[in-house]
Design a protein around this ligand. Structure first.
Ligand SMILES: Nc1nc2c(ncn2[C@@H]2O[C@H](COP(=O)(O)OP(=O)(O)OP(=O)(O)O)[C@@H](O)[C@H]2O)c(=O)[nH]1
Length: 289
């Protein structure tokens, strides 16, 4: 019998959700950054193997709804909770187990749960064994699996634990589907990732990216994107002296986009100032939140 189901990943910011999803799907789908809270959308990757199909979703890190944007992120967490067949709760091995369990309890999950202890490469084997035993004593997880998402360790054990909990069902997507999000979305995420890499703290959090044009030409793909910031001063920083910084964003993003869409790409970037987009419902809708 074929198995198929929806599997959602939850965890505190920086626990390694995006890294794990990428390690499993084997394609760069979610963006990864050492800064917290980079994942704002539900990102779905589809894994099709002989005998089973898993539709994965990477939800935003769990945080307080300080801004409207954050409320939308919590909304995404809740809606993901409601439609999952299996929930993967992930924590950093160096983080407090008690705190994480308290957080996971507060989600009031009604679906089967697998507790993943990530970053096993960061702690001693004996300490990990003790941690796993304490996590198992919680009693609410069907399995406790230590992994290193970064080093792709423990993934086989994790997959076996997930498949064991999947319902019998036919595949939801055709075999070659990687994701149900549009290419445009990933292009915008790649550009946003570069902004995270190149600029300090506050800039990335005040920035969003929209792809305004995506044209397949004969020899290349022409993409136009707008980088939306909240203040003129931020615009000046992103542009840089004589446009040096924005060119750097463009070059790095273009290289990754070309790898992702497997086509030569012409990328054009504009920076626009839209005050308070994070608190404005209309903008949030326009930008896909
Ligand atoms: N040492 C180690 N670091 C890891 C591992 N997995 C992830 N990381 C690092 O932890 C940081 C956060 O990883 P992400 O995958 O972006 O975390 P996330 O949970 O998706 O974070 P948000 O998007 O903020 O919710 C990055 O710097 C990763 O490189 C791991 O197995 N070992």
């Amino acid at each position: 019998m074929h198995k198929a189901g929806f599997v959602n990943i939850f965890g505190k910011p920086n626990a390694g959700k995006s890294t794990l999803l990428n390690a499993i799907i084997g394609e760069k789908l979610a963006i990864i950054s050492p800064k917290v809270q980079t994942t704002r959308h539900r990102i779905t990757g589809v894994l099709t193997e002989p005998g089973y199909q898993i539709v994965f979703s990477d939800t935003p890190g769990i945080i307080d709804p300080k801004y409207k944007l954050h409320e939308k992120m919590m909304g995404a967490v809740k809606s993901a909770l409601e439609d999952a067949d299996v929930a993967l709760l992930i924590m950093d091995a160096k983080d407090s187990l008690e705190e994480n369990l308290e957080l996971f309890e507060s989600l009031k999950l009604k679906v089967p749960v697998i507790l993943i202890i990530n970053k096993m490469d960061n702690i001693l084997k004996a300490d990990m064994e003790t941690l796993v035993a304490r996590a198992e004593a919680w009693g609410k997880a069907k399995a406790v699996v230590p992994v290193s998402a970064m080093q792709k360790k423990g993934l086989k054990e994790l997959m076996a634990a997930i498949v064991a909990l999947l319902p019998d069902a036919n595949p939801f997507y055709p075999e070659d589907t990687l994701t149900d999000k549009s290419t445009r979305f990933f292009v915008a995420e790649i550009i946003r990732e570069k902004i995270f890499q190149l600029f300090e703290e506050e800039i990335p959090y005040h920035t969003t990216v929209i792809v305004t044009q995506f044209q397949e030409k004969q020899t290349l793909t022409k993409i136009t994107a707008e980088i939306i910031v909240t203040r003129e001063t931020q615009k000046a920083i992103i542009l840089g002296e004589k446009g040096k910084s924005i060119r750097e964003v463009g070059t790095l993003a273009r290289q990754d986009i070309e790898k992702f869409i497997e086509r030569k790409t012409f990328l054009e970037l504009f920076v626009k100032v839209r005050g308070k987009w994070r608190d404005n419902d209309l903008y949030l809708k326009e930008y896909g939140y």
